[in-house]
Design a protein around this ligand. Structure first.
Ligand SMILES: *Cc1c(COP(=O)(O)O)cnc(C)c1O
Length: 425
């Protein structure tokens, strides 16, 4: 099946007389007939559902669809994008280990790595994603367990050269994990460029209607854990909490996702509600139609903004003069990687605020990537504790406005932007 068909029919094929829509198994637990049947499930000897924290049929069907869209072997849903990022790393790194991460990542992920996981004893080195291979190589240590990056960084818009990062990761015997939230698998499939594991905030385009917060991890099944057994004992060596079972020996290509379920989900429990998984699936049924329209409208809006005297700068990887133009052509299906861009108004912070307050159709919202167009001013909102000097050091100019282009008629959005610009002196 082609990707557009997978969006609609992937993961769930109802048989005769079964519901056409994915059923919501809104249940904590599942009933069995003998004590032994249940015991085998606890030992991972048999597969089946017994407690929703470990697995739920609705969640599994939706994870299967996302795995199919990415071209992976298995996936797991989480209760948020943050939980997906956390588990993707914790599944293969623990206290005393080290991770190399792109410095251009979502602010929440940066804080998770630099503060919270660091407190748990995992060290991070952040690298400029545009640096050459030798510079990035210098960040590796003997205890490095993975490399992390974001296909299109939120909010900076930097595009990750996935093939370059995969090459460096594999040369060091570790997998590359990529957060593919912004392009979604419709516009970019990171596994094609050598990435091993993909994460998502389904909160964004996959849901697409601002209806739920959720995440997902998908494994390509390509990374050879056994070949690097010294680095990944948790996947290769016997797990005492499952009677000495080895994930790689027992589950083969499903080892990473099975461990994530049987270990991290069991112990930390960031499981989504089956109802939220149902909402993600509703979004996925039209993702292929929506994301292309988001990207196309964003291109139109970015080109218009670029021509305005009062607009100081526009950063959108879809623009032909973007430094990422060549990478966009190589990695993405279509001329633009998503519907999110950043720009600044001439006159700095004050002018940007005045402009935003004058918008009528485009709303001020702490969100991106859904049907309603919205803006956010990081200097006054997400990063408001920083001074202008600190903002510049973090790569966020004080005048930066993040615009997420929704599914409205782009001419209406341009008219709104035009009337708001007219109110800036
Ligand atoms: C929003 C976002 C996240 C975090 O997702 P939540 O569902 O809000 O936890 C992670 N990565 C990217 C790129 C995001 O945009």
């Amino acid at each position: 099946m082609k990707i557009d068909t997978l969006c609609v029919q992937g993961g769930y094929q109802p048989k005769r007389g079964e519901p056409r829509q994915v059923p919501i198994y809104q249940t904590t637990t599942f009933r069995y007939e003998t004590s032994e049947q249940m015991a085998d499930l606890f030992d991972l000897k048999a597969s089946g559902y017994f407690y929703t924290r470990l697995a739920n049929p609705t969640n599994d069907l939706v994870a299967k669809k996302i795995a199919a869209l990415e071209g992976g072997v298995a996936g797991i849903l989480t209760s948020s994008g943050q939980a997906a990022s956390t588990y993707s790393v914790l599944n293969i790194a623990s206290a005393g280990d080290h991770v190399v991460s792109s410095a251009q990542i979502y602010g929440g992920t940066f804080n998770l790595f630099a503060v919270s996981l660091k407190k748990m004893g995992i060290d991070f080195t952040f690298v400029d994603p545009d640096a050459d291979e030798r510079t990035i190589q210098a960040a590796f240590r003997p205890n490095t367990k993975c490399v992390f990056g974001e296909t299109v960084a939120n909010p900076s818009g930097a595009v990750l050269d996935i093939a370059k990062f995969a090459r460096i990761a594999h040369r060091n015997g570790v997998p590359l994990i990529v957060d593919n939230t912004f392009p979604t698998p419709i516009l970019c499939r990171p596994f094609r460029f050598g990435c091993d594991i993909v994460t998502h905030a389904t909160t964004k385009y996959m849901d697409g209607h601002s209806a739920q917060v959720g995440g997902c991890i998908v494994d390509s099944g390509n990374f050879d854990w056994a070949k690097h057994a010294d680095k990944f004992p948790g996947l290769v060596e016997p797990d005492a909490s499952y009677h000495g079972l080895s994930y790689v020996k027992t589950f083969g290509k499903l080892a990473y996702i099975t461990k994530c379920t049987a270990h991290l989900m069991r112990d930390f429990g960031s499981i989504p509600s089956p109802f939220n998984a149902f909402l993600v699936n509703l979004g996925l049924e039209s993702l292929h139609v929506r994301i292309r329209r988001h990207a196309e409208s964003a291109m139109k809006v970015a080109k218009w903004l670029k021509g305005q005297r009062k607009v100081e700068w526009v950063n959108f990887a879809g623009l032909p003069d973007s430094p990422y133009h060549r990478l966009v052509r190589k990695q993405f299906d279509g001329p633009a990687p998503c519907g999110v861009m950043t720009f600044g108004i001439r006159g700095g912070r004050k002018a940007s605020i005045r402009f935003m307050d004058a918008l009528k159709v485009i709303g001020i919202v702490t969100h991106v990537a859904d049907a309603w167009s919205c803006v956010l001013h990081p200097a006054s909102h997400t990063h408001r504790q920083l001074t202008d000097a600190q903002l510049r050091a973090a790569g966020i100019p004080p005048d930066l406005i993040r615009l997420s282009v929704g599914l409205e008629e782009p001419d209406d959005l341009i008219a709104d932007l035009r009337q708001a610009l007219a109110k800036v002196k």
